[in-house]
Design a protein around this ligand. Structure first.
Ligand code: OMP
Length: 280
């Protein structure tokens, strides 16, 4: 893989618009599609999403937890989803929020980002709450393999603020994470590209971004913004939160789109509607 993830993401957003469609097969959604909540239902749900999203959006984000529910057979479905999307040329962001101490983090990195990973996504969500530097093995391997990371910074859930807004040495925890990613994106910035170490900043965080002390545009840092749709994030809140950095923000939406299923054509229509609102 020659091109860096950040550059590929930039191209995909230019071609398809700033939307990441989530695949979150949780029980209520699977059953609302008239499917049984079992391995067969999971597979049907996930592959219908692949059919609807492949080639239509910049990226697709399967949520690992909902596949893990069904053990190794559920993970095989997840691997098939990742492989089919790759074959269709659609970027994948695996939402597994991994994070651990260095040696264990190195194993997670091998599992998801390394050259021998079974079904590697283009990018992985990671948690920096064991310290940003604990992510170093994943940052290095992602860069080596042309893959990317999205590091949790300001999450969309209300509980996140109690940790992320905590201040140490006059800097909030979130600000220190954002600066870490900005520094890791310096080489890409030098090439005039978007970096491969992205941030997760919820579409619901309001003005908290203003307190981070980092110009996201200047830092060439891509942002994944979940919370768009079902959690209350809107086109207006994205514009108010991200301002000039809006062009490098990938809005992530799961339930708002998935509730249009089980018919693939209706899923496609709903995806197009959401995309249109984001483009406007
Ligand atoms: O990393 C994420 O994607 C994520 C971070 C965050 O701060 N908030 C958040 O909701 N998410 C994920 O984004 C998805 C949100 O789904 P909807 O609320 O249905 O659009 C879920 O898979 C969450 O795990």
């Amino acid at each position: 893989m020659t091109q860096a993830f950040g550059a590929r993401l930039q191209d995909a957003m230019t071609a398809h618009g700033p939307l990441c469609a989530g695949i979150d097969p949780h029980r209520a959604l699977v059953e609302s599609w008239g499917l049984p909540y079992d391995l067969g239902g999971l597979e049907r749900f996930a592959l219908t999403c692949v059919e609807a999203f492949a080639g239509r959006v910049a990226a697709v984000k399967p949520q690992s937890a909902f596949f893990e529910v069904f053990g190794s057979k559920g993970l095989a479905v997840l691997e098939r989803v990742l492989t089919e999307l790759r074959e269709a040329g659609t970027l994948t962001i695996l939402d597994a929020k991994r994070g651990d101490i260095g040696s264990t983090m190195a194993a997670y990195a091998e599992a998801y980002l390394g050259p021998y990973a079974v079904a590697p996504p283009d990018a992985l969500t990671v948690s920096p709450y064991l310290g940003y530097e604990s992510l170093r093995p994943a940052i290095d391997l992602a860069e080596q393999c042309g893959r990317g990371l999205f590091v949790l910074a300001l999450t969309s859930n209300p509980e996140g603020a109690s940790v992320q807004h905590a201040v140490r040495d006059d800097e909030s925890v979130a600000a220190s994470i954002v600066h870490g990613a900005g520094a890791d994106n310096a080489p890409a910035r030098g090439r005039g590209e978007l970096g491969s170490i992205g941030l997760v900043i919820g579409a619901t965080v309001g003005t908290a971004v203003d307190d981070l002390g980092l110009d996201l545009v200047e830092a060439a840092t891509p942002v994944l913004a979940p919370g768009f749709g079902a959690q209350g994030g809107t086109v207006e809140s994205l514009a108010a939160t991200f301002g000039a950095a809006r062009a490098q923000v990938l809005a992530a939406s799961s339930r708002e789109i998935l509730s249009a299923g089980p018919d693939a054509a209706r899923l496609v229509a709903q995806t197009e509607r959401v995309l249109e609102s984001l483009r406007a």
